[in-house]
Design a protein around this ligand. Structure first.
Ligand code: SF4
Ligand code: SF4
Length: 425
Protein backbone atom coordinates (compact mmCIF):
# COMPACT_ATOMS: atom_id res chain seq x y z
CA UNK A 1 0.00 0.00 0.00
CA UNK A 2 3.01 2.26 0.13
CA UNK A 3 2.99 4.70 -2.77
CA UNK A 4 5.75 7.27 -2.61
CA UNK A 5 4.46 9.01 -5.77
CA UNK A 6 1.89 10.63 -3.50
CA UNK A 7 4.47 11.94 -1.04
CA UNK A 8 4.23 15.52 -2.32
CA UNK A 9 0.45 15.50 -1.87
CA UNK A 10 0.69 13.99 1.62
CA UNK A 11 3.34 16.50 2.57
CA UNK A 12 1.09 19.31 1.38
CA UNK A 13 -1.66 17.85 3.54
CA UNK A 14 0.76 18.08 6.45
CA UNK A 15 0.83 14.33 7.15
CA UNK A 16 3.55 12.88 9.33
CA UNK A 17 5.19 11.04 6.42
CA UNK A 18 7.23 8.62 8.45
CA UNK A 19 4.36 7.52 10.67
CA UNK A 20 2.08 7.43 7.63
CA UNK A 21 4.48 5.11 5.76
CA UNK A 22 4.47 2.84 8.81
CA UNK A 23 0.65 2.80 8.86
CA UNK A 24 0.41 1.90 5.15
CA UNK A 25 2.93 -0.87 5.58
CA UNK A 26 1.02 -2.44 8.45
CA UNK A 27 -2.26 -2.07 6.60
CA UNK A 28 -0.83 -3.66 3.47
CA UNK A 29 0.37 -6.69 5.40
CA UNK A 30 -2.89 -6.96 7.30
CA UNK A 31 -4.89 -6.76 4.06
CA UNK A 32 -2.75 -9.40 2.39
CA UNK A 33 -3.19 -11.83 5.29
CA UNK A 34 -6.92 -11.27 5.75
CA UNK A 35 -8.16 -10.62 2.22
CA UNK A 36 -5.75 -11.65 -0.51
CA UNK A 37 -5.17 -15.04 1.12
CA UNK A 38 -8.82 -16.06 0.52
CA UNK A 39 -9.42 -18.68 -2.17
CA UNK A 40 -12.23 -18.50 -4.74
CA UNK A 41 -12.90 -14.78 -4.61
CA UNK A 42 -15.00 -13.26 -7.37
CA UNK A 43 -13.21 -11.27 -10.04
CA UNK A 44 -15.30 -8.23 -9.05
CA UNK A 45 -13.41 -8.08 -5.76
CA UNK A 46 -10.34 -6.92 -7.68
CA UNK A 47 -11.90 -3.48 -7.78
CA UNK A 48 -12.10 -3.45 -3.98
CA UNK A 49 -8.49 -4.68 -3.75
CA UNK A 50 -7.48 -1.84 -6.04
CA UNK A 51 -9.40 0.75 -4.02
CA UNK A 52 -7.76 -0.49 -0.83
CA UNK A 53 -4.30 -0.51 -2.43
CA UNK A 54 -4.92 3.13 -3.31
CA UNK A 55 -6.67 3.97 -0.07
CA UNK A 56 -4.62 7.09 0.58
CA UNK A 57 -3.60 7.63 -3.04
CA UNK A 58 -5.99 7.92 -5.98
CA UNK A 59 -9.17 8.77 -4.07
CA UNK A 60 -7.37 11.50 -2.16
CA UNK A 61 -5.98 12.80 -5.46
CA UNK A 62 -9.55 12.93 -6.76
CA UNK A 63 -10.60 14.91 -3.70
CA UNK A 64 -7.73 17.33 -4.15
CA UNK A 65 -8.57 17.82 -7.84
CA UNK A 66 -12.22 18.47 -6.93
CA UNK A 67 -11.13 21.00 -4.30
CA UNK A 68 -8.97 22.79 -6.84
CA UNK A 69 -12.06 22.99 -9.02
CA UNK A 70 -13.88 24.74 -6.19
CA UNK A 71 -15.77 21.82 -4.65
CA UNK A 72 -15.81 21.21 -0.89
CA UNK A 73 -15.19 17.99 1.01
CA UNK A 74 -17.35 17.09 4.01
CA UNK A 75 -16.32 14.30 6.39
CA UNK A 76 -18.64 12.28 8.62
CA UNK A 77 -18.38 9.60 11.29
CA UNK A 78 -21.97 8.46 11.47
CA UNK A 79 -24.75 7.27 9.17
CA UNK A 80 -26.99 10.02 10.52
CA UNK A 81 -25.26 12.64 8.39
CA UNK A 82 -27.53 13.14 5.35
CA UNK A 83 -25.18 12.73 2.42
CA UNK A 84 -28.01 13.70 0.04
CA UNK A 85 -27.76 17.34 1.16
CA UNK A 86 -23.99 17.38 0.76
CA UNK A 87 -24.18 16.03 -2.79
CA UNK A 88 -27.03 18.38 -3.71
CA UNK A 89 -24.76 21.33 -2.86
CA UNK A 90 -22.13 19.85 -5.22
CA UNK A 91 -19.84 18.91 -2.33
CA UNK A 92 -18.29 15.48 -1.68
CA UNK A 93 -19.09 13.41 1.40
CA UNK A 94 -16.51 10.99 2.81
CA UNK A 95 -16.78 8.65 5.74
CA UNK A 96 -13.82 9.05 8.06
CA UNK A 97 -12.78 5.53 8.94
CA UNK A 98 -11.63 5.40 12.58
CA UNK A 99 -11.20 1.62 12.53
CA UNK A 100 -7.64 1.29 13.78
CA UNK A 101 -5.58 2.50 16.74
CA UNK A 102 -3.84 5.78 15.91
CA UNK A 103 -1.98 8.32 18.02
CA UNK A 104 -3.11 6.49 21.17
CA UNK A 105 -0.59 8.06 23.51
CA UNK A 106 -1.46 11.61 22.47
CA UNK A 107 -5.20 10.87 22.59
CA UNK A 108 -5.06 9.51 26.12
CA UNK A 109 -3.60 12.82 27.25
CA UNK A 110 -6.76 14.65 26.18
CA UNK A 111 -9.48 12.00 26.47
CA UNK A 112 -10.13 9.48 29.25
CA UNK A 113 -8.49 6.10 28.64
CA UNK A 114 -11.84 4.38 29.01
CA UNK A 115 -13.23 5.96 25.83
CA UNK A 116 -14.38 3.70 23.00
CA UNK A 117 -11.77 2.80 20.37
CA UNK A 118 -13.70 4.44 17.54
CA UNK A 119 -13.65 7.84 19.24
CA UNK A 120 -10.00 7.51 20.23
CA UNK A 121 -9.20 6.54 16.66
CA UNK A 122 -10.69 9.59 14.95
CA UNK A 123 -9.12 11.94 17.45
CA UNK A 124 -5.85 10.01 17.17
CA UNK A 125 -5.78 10.21 13.37
CA UNK A 126 -6.06 13.97 13.64
CA UNK A 127 -3.48 14.41 16.39
CA UNK A 128 -0.98 12.08 14.71
CA UNK A 129 -1.54 13.64 11.24
CA UNK A 130 -2.14 10.25 9.64
CA UNK A 131 -5.33 10.56 7.63
CA UNK A 132 -5.34 12.36 4.25
CA UNK A 133 -9.17 12.20 4.21
CA UNK A 134 -9.45 14.06 7.51
CA UNK A 135 -6.89 16.58 6.28
CA UNK A 136 -8.81 17.06 3.01
CA UNK A 137 -12.05 17.99 4.77
CA UNK A 138 -13.37 21.54 4.63
CA UNK A 139 -15.91 20.56 7.25
CA UNK A 140 -16.25 17.55 9.55
CA UNK A 141 -19.72 16.71 10.79
CA UNK A 142 -20.13 15.27 14.24
CA UNK A 143 -23.39 14.20 15.89
CA UNK A 144 -24.66 13.91 19.43
CA UNK A 145 -25.38 10.20 19.19
CA UNK A 146 -23.61 9.00 22.32
CA UNK A 147 -22.12 10.83 25.28
CA UNK A 148 -18.59 9.75 24.39
CA UNK A 149 -18.80 11.27 20.95
CA UNK A 150 -20.48 14.48 21.95
CA UNK A 151 -17.96 15.28 24.66
CA UNK A 152 -15.03 14.21 22.47
CA UNK A 153 -16.21 16.61 19.76
CA UNK A 154 -15.69 19.51 22.16
CA UNK A 155 -12.01 18.57 22.26
CA UNK A 156 -11.82 17.58 18.59
CA UNK A 157 -13.15 20.99 17.54
CA UNK A 158 -9.91 22.54 18.79
CA UNK A 159 -8.08 20.67 16.02
CA UNK A 160 -10.51 20.42 13.09
CA UNK A 161 -13.28 22.43 11.37
CA UNK A 162 -16.22 20.78 13.12
CA UNK A 163 -19.98 21.12 12.91
CA UNK A 164 -22.19 19.10 15.26
CA UNK A 165 -25.71 17.89 14.51
CA UNK A 166 -28.09 17.29 17.37
CA UNK A 167 -29.59 13.80 17.07
CA UNK A 168 -32.87 13.07 18.87
CA UNK A 169 -32.80 10.29 21.44
CA UNK A 170 -36.45 9.25 21.15
CA UNK A 171 -38.92 8.89 18.29
CA UNK A 172 -41.88 11.01 19.33
CA UNK A 173 -43.44 13.79 17.22
CA UNK A 174 -41.39 16.38 19.11
CA UNK A 175 -38.20 14.45 18.26
CA UNK A 176 -39.10 14.43 14.59
CA UNK A 177 -39.63 18.20 14.77
CA UNK A 178 -36.20 18.61 16.38
CA UNK A 179 -34.60 16.43 13.71
CA UNK A 180 -36.30 18.34 10.91
CA UNK A 181 -34.95 21.60 12.34
CA UNK A 182 -31.49 20.02 12.48
CA UNK A 183 -31.71 18.86 8.87
CA UNK A 184 -32.63 22.40 7.80
CA UNK A 185 -29.82 23.87 9.91
CA UNK A 186 -27.40 21.42 8.26
CA UNK A 187 -28.73 22.35 4.80
CA UNK A 188 -28.05 26.03 5.60
CA UNK A 189 -24.54 25.17 6.81
CA UNK A 190 -23.71 23.18 3.68
CA UNK A 191 -25.06 25.99 1.49
CA UNK A 192 -22.90 28.50 3.35
CA UNK A 193 -19.85 26.25 3.03
CA UNK A 194 -20.24 25.66 -0.69
CA UNK A 195 -21.89 28.91 -1.74
CA UNK A 196 -24.44 26.74 -3.59
CA UNK A 197 -28.17 26.94 -2.90
CA UNK A 198 -29.74 23.48 -2.70
CA UNK A 199 -32.57 23.27 -5.21
CA UNK A 200 -35.26 20.63 -5.69
CA UNK A 201 -33.81 19.23 -8.92
CA UNK A 202 -30.32 18.68 -7.48
CA UNK A 203 -31.70 17.22 -4.25
CA UNK A 204 -33.93 14.80 -6.11
CA UNK A 205 -30.93 13.71 -8.15
CA UNK A 206 -28.75 13.18 -5.08
CA UNK A 207 -31.55 11.27 -3.31
CA UNK A 208 -31.62 8.91 -6.30
CA UNK A 209 -27.81 8.53 -6.34
CA UNK A 210 -27.61 7.59 -2.66
CA UNK A 211 -30.68 5.34 -2.95
CA UNK A 212 -29.10 3.52 -5.89
CA UNK A 213 -26.04 2.81 -3.78
CA UNK A 214 -28.29 1.48 -1.02
CA UNK A 215 -30.21 -0.63 -3.57
CA UNK A 216 -27.09 -2.27 -4.94
CA UNK A 217 -25.97 -3.08 -1.38
CA UNK A 218 -29.43 -4.53 -0.69
CA UNK A 219 -29.02 -6.68 -3.79
CA UNK A 220 -25.61 -7.82 -2.57
CA UNK A 221 -27.08 -8.72 0.81
CA UNK A 222 -29.89 -10.63 -0.84
CA UNK A 223 -27.48 -12.63 -3.02
CA UNK A 224 -25.00 -13.41 -0.27
CA UNK A 225 -27.84 -14.94 1.78
CA UNK A 226 -27.90 -17.96 -0.57
CA UNK A 227 -26.99 -21.42 0.67
CA UNK A 228 -24.12 -22.19 0.38
CA UNK A 229 -22.86 -18.65 1.01
CA UNK A 230 -21.38 -17.43 -2.29
CA UNK A 231 -19.11 -14.71 -0.85
CA UNK A 232 -17.24 -14.33 2.42
CA UNK A 233 -18.54 -12.01 5.12
CA UNK A 234 -15.16 -10.29 5.12
CA UNK A 235 -15.57 -9.33 1.48
CA UNK A 236 -19.10 -7.99 2.00
CA UNK A 237 -17.91 -6.00 5.01
CA UNK A 238 -15.17 -4.52 2.83
CA UNK A 239 -17.72 -3.52 0.19
CA UNK A 240 -19.75 -1.76 2.88
CA UNK A 241 -16.66 -0.04 4.26
CA UNK A 242 -15.58 1.23 0.85
CA UNK A 243 -19.10 2.55 0.17
CA UNK A 244 -18.40 5.33 2.66
CA UNK A 245 -15.59 7.00 0.79
CA UNK A 246 -15.67 5.95 -2.85
CA UNK A 247 -17.37 8.03 -5.52
CA UNK A 248 -21.03 6.90 -5.25
CA UNK A 249 -21.75 6.53 -8.98
CA UNK A 250 -18.59 4.54 -9.69
CA UNK A 251 -19.04 2.42 -6.58
CA UNK A 252 -22.64 1.54 -7.47
CA UNK A 253 -21.60 0.50 -10.98
CA UNK A 254 -18.74 -1.66 -9.74
CA UNK A 255 -20.88 -3.40 -7.11
CA UNK A 256 -23.55 -3.98 -9.73
CA UNK A 257 -20.93 -5.87 -11.75
CA UNK A 258 -19.91 -7.81 -8.65
CA UNK A 259 -23.57 -8.72 -8.05
CA UNK A 260 -23.91 -9.95 -11.64
CA UNK A 261 -21.00 -12.32 -11.05
CA UNK A 262 -22.47 -13.35 -7.71
CA UNK A 263 -25.79 -14.11 -9.36
CA UNK A 264 -24.10 -16.54 -11.76
CA UNK A 265 -22.35 -18.21 -8.85
CA UNK A 266 -25.58 -18.53 -6.87
CA UNK A 267 -27.42 -19.97 -9.88
CA UNK A 268 -24.74 -22.61 -10.28
CA UNK A 269 -25.10 -23.53 -6.60
CA UNK A 270 -21.44 -22.75 -5.96
CA UNK A 271 -20.32 -21.45 -2.58
CA UNK A 272 -17.24 -19.78 -1.15
CA UNK A 273 -17.54 -22.36 1.61
CA UNK A 274 -19.03 -25.88 1.53
CA UNK A 275 -22.73 -26.42 2.25
CA UNK A 276 -23.17 -27.06 5.97
CA UNK A 277 -20.61 -24.45 7.05
CA UNK A 278 -22.07 -22.70 10.14
CA UNK A 279 -23.75 -19.44 9.13
CA UNK A 280 -23.32 -16.59 11.58
CA UNK A 281 -24.52 -13.02 11.74
CA UNK A 282 -22.76 -10.07 13.35
CA UNK A 283 -24.75 -7.46 15.22
CA UNK A 284 -23.79 -4.29 17.07
CA UNK A 285 -21.21 -1.52 16.75
CA UNK A 286 -20.01 -0.41 13.32
CA UNK A 287 -16.78 -1.86 11.96
CA UNK A 288 -15.02 1.01 10.23
CA UNK A 289 -12.20 0.22 7.81
CA UNK A 290 -9.71 -1.45 8.60
CA UNK A 291 -11.42 -3.10 11.55
CA UNK A 292 -11.45 -6.71 10.32
CA UNK A 293 -10.33 -8.44 13.52
CA UNK A 294 -13.52 -10.22 14.53
CA UNK A 295 -14.73 -11.14 11.00
CA UNK A 296 -11.34 -12.69 10.32
CA UNK A 297 -11.42 -14.65 13.57
CA UNK A 298 -14.92 -15.92 12.83
CA UNK A 299 -14.18 -16.96 9.27
CA UNK A 300 -10.88 -18.59 10.17
CA UNK A 301 -12.72 -20.63 12.80
CA UNK A 302 -14.77 -22.60 10.27
CA UNK A 303 -17.86 -20.35 10.00
CA UNK A 304 -19.09 -17.90 7.40
CA UNK A 305 -20.66 -14.52 8.12
CA UNK A 306 -23.88 -14.00 6.17
CA UNK A 307 -25.10 -10.67 7.57
CA UNK A 308 -24.03 -7.56 9.48
CA UNK A 309 -26.68 -5.84 11.57
CA UNK A 310 -24.67 -2.65 11.98
CA UNK A 311 -24.09 0.79 10.52
CA UNK A 312 -21.45 -0.70 8.25
CA UNK A 313 -24.11 -3.14 7.12
CA UNK A 314 -27.88 -3.31 6.90
CA UNK A 315 -28.60 -0.42 9.30
CA UNK A 316 -27.20 1.87 6.65
CA UNK A 317 -28.85 0.28 3.63
CA UNK A 318 -32.23 -0.99 4.84
CA UNK A 319 -34.25 2.18 4.28
CA UNK A 320 -34.50 4.39 1.21
CA UNK A 321 -35.50 8.04 0.96
CA UNK A 322 -38.85 8.46 -0.82
CA UNK A 323 -37.98 9.64 -4.34
CA UNK A 324 -41.41 10.89 -5.30
CA UNK A 325 -41.70 14.10 -3.30
CA UNK A 326 -42.44 16.80 -5.90
CA UNK A 327 -40.86 19.84 -4.22
CA UNK A 328 -37.91 20.75 -2.01
CA UNK A 329 -39.98 20.83 1.21
CA UNK A 330 -41.34 17.36 0.56
CA UNK A 331 -37.83 16.07 -0.15
CA UNK A 332 -36.61 17.45 3.16
CA UNK A 333 -39.48 15.65 4.90
CA UNK A 334 -38.60 12.45 3.07
CA UNK A 335 -34.99 12.75 4.28
CA UNK A 336 -36.16 13.46 7.83
CA UNK A 337 -38.40 10.38 7.83
CA UNK A 338 -35.79 8.05 6.36
CA UNK A 339 -33.09 9.00 8.87
CA UNK A 340 -35.53 8.81 11.79
CA UNK A 341 -35.84 5.09 11.05
CA UNK A 342 -32.21 4.40 11.99
CA UNK A 343 -32.25 2.05 14.97
CA UNK A 344 -28.98 3.09 16.62
CA UNK A 345 -28.57 1.98 20.23
CA UNK A 346 -28.45 5.67 21.16
CA UNK A 347 -32.29 5.72 20.96
CA UNK A 348 -34.55 4.91 23.84
CA UNK A 349 -36.57 2.79 23.67
CA UNK A 350 -35.15 0.96 20.68
CA UNK A 351 -37.50 -1.97 20.15
CA UNK A 352 -37.13 -1.75 16.36
CA UNK A 353 -33.53 -2.90 16.56
CA UNK A 354 -34.48 -6.02 18.51
CA UNK A 355 -37.14 -6.83 15.92
CA UNK A 356 -34.65 -6.25 13.11
CA UNK A 357 -32.03 -8.52 14.69
CA UNK A 358 -34.45 -11.41 15.14
CA UNK A 359 -36.07 -10.85 11.73
CA UNK A 360 -32.72 -10.75 9.98
CA UNK A 361 -31.40 -13.84 11.80
CA UNK A 362 -34.50 -15.80 10.77
CA UNK A 363 -34.46 -14.57 7.19
CA UNK A 364 -30.80 -15.47 6.75
CA UNK A 365 -31.27 -18.84 8.45
CA UNK A 366 -28.29 -18.26 10.71
CA UNK A 367 -26.97 -20.79 13.18
CA UNK A 368 -26.04 -18.07 15.64
CA UNK A 369 -25.52 -14.36 16.24
CA UNK A 370 -22.34 -12.75 17.51
CA UNK A 371 -22.98 -9.43 19.21
CA UNK A 372 -20.04 -7.07 18.87
CA UNK A 373 -19.54 -4.20 21.29
CA UNK A 374 -16.57 -1.88 21.35
CA UNK A 375 -15.21 -1.70 24.89
CA UNK A 376 -16.65 1.28 26.81
CA UNK A 377 -19.59 1.66 24.41
CA UNK A 378 -22.47 1.80 26.85
CA UNK A 379 -25.38 2.00 24.38
CA UNK A 380 -24.45 -1.22 22.58
CA UNK A 381 -23.27 -2.99 25.75
CA UNK A 382 -26.66 -2.30 27.36
CA UNK A 383 -28.53 -3.47 24.28
CA UNK A 384 -26.43 -6.65 24.03
CA UNK A 385 -28.38 -7.98 27.03
CA UNK A 386 -31.69 -7.26 25.34
CA UNK A 387 -30.51 -8.79 22.07
CA UNK A 388 -29.44 -11.91 23.98
CA UNK A 389 -32.88 -12.19 25.55
CA UNK A 390 -34.88 -11.88 22.31
CA UNK A 391 -32.58 -14.31 20.53
CA UNK A 392 -32.90 -16.78 23.39
CA UNK A 393 -36.68 -16.54 23.07
CA UNK A 394 -36.34 -17.15 19.34
CA UNK A 395 -34.07 -20.17 19.99
CA UNK A 396 -31.07 -18.62 18.23
CA UNK A 397 -27.62 -19.13 19.83
CA UNK A 398 -25.84 -15.95 20.89
CA UNK A 399 -22.29 -14.95 21.73
CA UNK A 400 -21.40 -11.60 23.24
CA UNK A 401 -17.99 -10.15 22.32
CA UNK A 402 -16.59 -6.98 23.79
CA UNK A 403 -13.28 -5.84 22.39
CA UNK A 404 -11.30 -2.92 20.95
CA UNK A 405 -8.82 -2.44 18.12
CA UNK A 406 -5.79 -3.92 19.87
CA UNK A 407 -4.50 -7.39 19.06
CA UNK A 408 -3.88 -8.31 22.69
CA UNK A 409 -7.04 -10.36 23.08
CA UNK A 410 -6.89 -12.19 19.74
CA UNK A 411 -6.01 -15.60 21.19
CA UNK A 412 -8.66 -15.38 23.87
CA UNK A 413 -11.29 -14.26 21.34
CA UNK A 414 -10.34 -17.04 18.97
CA UNK A 415 -10.88 -19.63 21.66
CA UNK A 416 -14.33 -18.24 22.45
CA UNK A 417 -15.33 -17.95 18.80
CA UNK A 418 -14.13 -21.48 18.01
CA UNK A 419 -16.10 -22.87 20.95
CA UNK A 420 -19.21 -21.03 19.73
CA UNK A 421 -18.78 -22.27 16.15
CA UNK A 422 -18.39 -25.83 17.44
CA UNK A 423 -21.47 -25.43 19.60
CA UNK A 424 -23.69 -24.25 16.72
CA UNK A 425 -22.26 -26.70 14.17
S1 SF4 B 1 -23.90 3.10 15.74
FE1 SF4 B 1 -25.09 4.97 16.05
S2 SF4 B 1 -23.53 6.50 16.45
FE2 SF4 B 1 -22.47 4.79 15.49
S3 SF4 B 1 -22.45 5.22 13.27
FE3 SF4 B 1 -24.28 4.04 13.72
S4 SF4 B 1 -25.92 5.54 14.04
FE4 SF4 B 1 -23.96 6.60 14.25
S1 SF4 C 1 -19.18 2.64 19.34
FE1 SF4 C 1 -20.56 3.31 20.99
S2 SF4 C 1 -19.34 4.64 22.34
FE2 SF4 C 1 -18.24 4.41 20.37
S3 SF4 C 1 -18.92 6.15 19.17
FE3 SF4 C 1 -20.28 4.47 18.64
S4 SF4 C 1 -22.06 4.64 20.02
FE4 SF4 C 1 -20.38 5.94 20.84
Amino acid sequence: MKDTSCNAMWEKLNLDLEAHDGLLEVLGKFYGDIYLSQAGRLQGMEYLDFVLSEIHGLRVQELQAAKQGGRKVVGAFCVFVPEELVLAADAICVGLCAGVEAGKEAVEKILPRNTCALIKSFVGFKLARLCPFTESCDLIVGETTCDGKKKAYETFSEYAPLYVMEIPQMKMASDRALWKAEIIRFKDRVEALTGNKIRGGALNESIRIVNERRRVLQRLNHLRAAVPAPISGRDVLLVNQVSFYDDPLRFTQKIRELCDQLEVRVESGEGIVPKGTPRLMLSGCPMAVPNWKLPYLVESSGAVIVGEESCVGTRNTRDLVDEDAPALDGMIDAIVDRYMKIDCACFTPNKERLEHVVGMARELGVDGVIHYTLSFCQPYAMEALKVEKVLQQAGIPFLNIETDYSMEDVEQLKTRVEAFVEMVS
